[in-house]
Design a binder for this molecule. Structure first.
Ligand code: FES
Length: 195
């Protein structure tokens, strides 16, 4: 795993610090943040990217860069998972039949089933390619009383749930893409390779 500190790339990382289901999520320290960034050499080659998720708390999201694009990793809480099940009638493709993901992520949570709480998704809106915003907060004023957490694209208002599944009636036509990924150890994820 690469632990090289790359200050110029820290902007790619987002840590959710908002309240999730009434429980405050605490941001973690800088040394932990640095461990998420791959080396310049790996990025240049489009190589798989190792991500240390051992300290990723429930409810938190981090961003990494893979092949020049943002990839989100979210440690979903049980409440988040339960809320996802409640809004399926509002989604275009809740089972992800018509969406882009590896076979092992073709399920409602869109994740490997042995680590179903962890979402790994491409943070690129399927409308025109903006990067949506992580909005885990419940019923915020701007998104309405029925919002149970998800991702909101500020460009044209597309909404996705916490599995990257798109809501009906928004510009984005399909769910967010899921990149190939696998676990190389209990707390380390490899994005970009699954064999
Ligand atoms: S790019 Fe996201 S809604 Fe248009």
């Amino acid at each position: 795993m690469t632990n090289q500190v790359d200050n110029s790339k820290r902007r790619f990382l987002t840590l959710a610090t908002g309240a999730v289901g009434g429980v405050a999520v605490v941001a973690v320290a800088t040394p932990f943040i640095a461990s998420f960034f791959p080396s310049e050499r790996a990025k240049a080659a489009g190589a798989p990217v190792e991500v240390d998720i051992s300290k990723l708390e429930p409810g938190q999201k981090i961003d990494v860069e893979w092949r020049g694009k943002p990839v989100w990793v979210v440690n979903r809480t049980k409440e988040m998972m339960d809320n996802m099940a409640k809004i399926e009638a509002k989604l275009v493709d809740p089972s992800s039949e018509g969406s882009e993901q590896p076979e092992y992520a073709k399920n409602k949570g869109r994740s490997r089933e042995d680590r179903a709480n962890v979402l790994v998704a491409l943070g690129v809106c399927t409308h025109l390619g903006c990067s949506p915003t992580f909005r885990p907060d419940l019923a915020p004023a701007d998104l309405g009383a029925e919002w149970v957490g998800g991702f909101y694209c500020p460009c044209h208002g597309s909404k996705f749930d916490l599995a990257g599944r798109v809501y009906s009636g928004v510009p984005a036509p399909k769910n967010l893409d899921i990149p190939p990924y696998k676990y190389v150890s209990e707390g380390v994820l490899l994005v970009g390779e699954d064999k």
